[in-house]
Design a protein around this ligand. Structure first.
Ligand code: SF4
Length: 286
């Protein structure tokens, strides 16, 4: 299967281990990722707060570039990129909006490709993934964390249940992991308030980490580089502010799947996280 790949800015910078693990796992599953040549930032953090048309045109430009490729699907692993790309594709089904956006683009755009999140794509390949598991994660208790952007608003994202999502839970179970039941799987981590309101982000991430720990999770699994950054990097601040040490590793779902497929941890970028996944004996052995 060949798909157009939109890595987004995070996967080329702070979330590079997400990109590394996406590429490794897709190779193992026979998914050919073709990065969209010349893609531009989707505008996730600020465009929609500044200019509505710009927030639609930025993703539309990358989608237009992808239409020049021989593909039917555009895949964005980042929850925020997926949300903006899909937003543009869905909102521009309105003829008047589509016309306005197209006038802003320097190249033709038909809005004919499907925008997918990688988690959604994997959920369609569950039997195939199951058949390729070589190293089941049976000694790991994992908390699947979807965050707030991956599935909301539901009329835009159009996959899974936004209140009680199951796609990641199912994927991790197929990989052999024990998936814990917890209450914070769709709570917001504070996203890009991390710089202007770090006090709020410390409070929000503290609650998420506490809930995962109470549920007995060894690690939290995410599909969003913003969530990853906040939950991983803020554990030191939580220790300073709250006096509590969590040391809970935060994994990308692609890293968990990669480990189950038998890909070595060093090829999945696990050593790049601030809270070392190798604190967990079950991960140290991989
Ligand atoms: S939880 Fe935070 S970082 Fe994650 S998707 Fe929601 S806003 Fe983005």
């Amino acid at each position: 299967m060949k798909v157009a790949y939109f890595p987004g800015c995070s996967l080329h910078s702070t979330g590079i281990e997400f990109d590394i693990s996406v590429r490794e796992v897709c190779k193992a599953l026979g998914i050919e990722l073709q990065e969209i040549e010349g893609w531009v930032c989707c505008g996730a953090t600020s465009a929609h707060a500044t200019n509505h048309l710009l927030s639609l045109a930025l993703p539309a430009y990358s989608l237009a570039l992808a239409e020049r490729m021989d593909v039917e699907d555009v895949v964005a692993p980042c929850a925020a990129c997926f949300n903006r790309l899909k937003h543009s594709a869905v909102v521009c089904q309105n003829a008047e909006t589509f016309k306005k956006v197209r006038e802003l683009l320097p190249i033709p755009w038909e809005n004919r490709l499907r925008v997918r999140n990688l988690l959604d794509l994997f959920s369609e390949m569950i039997e195939e993934i199951k058949s390729k598991v070589k190293n089941p994660l049976s000694d790991l208790k994992l908390a699947s964390y979807y965050g707030c952007l991956l599935l909301r608003p539901p009329h835009i994202c159009q996959f899974d249940n936004p209140e009680n999502p199951q796609t990641m839970d199912e994927l991790l179970r197929v990989c052999g992991a024990q998936v814990v039941d917890w209450a914070f799987k769709t709570e917001c981590c504070g996203a890009n308030l991390t710089i202007p309101r770090s006090d709020l982000v410390v409070e929000l991430t503290y609650r998420i980490l506490k809930s995962a720990k109470s549920a007995g999770a060894d690690a939290i699994v995410t599909a969003c580089p913003f969530c990853h950054l906040n939950l991983d990097a803020r554990q030191a601040d939580i220790h300073r502010v709250k006096g509590e040490i969590f040391n809970i590793p935060i994994l990308y779902f692609t890293q968990a799947v990669g480990l189950a497929l038998g890909i070595p941890a060093k090829k999945l970028g696990l050593s790049r996280h601030l809270v070392s996944p190798f604190l967990i004996p079950a991960l140290r052995r991989r």
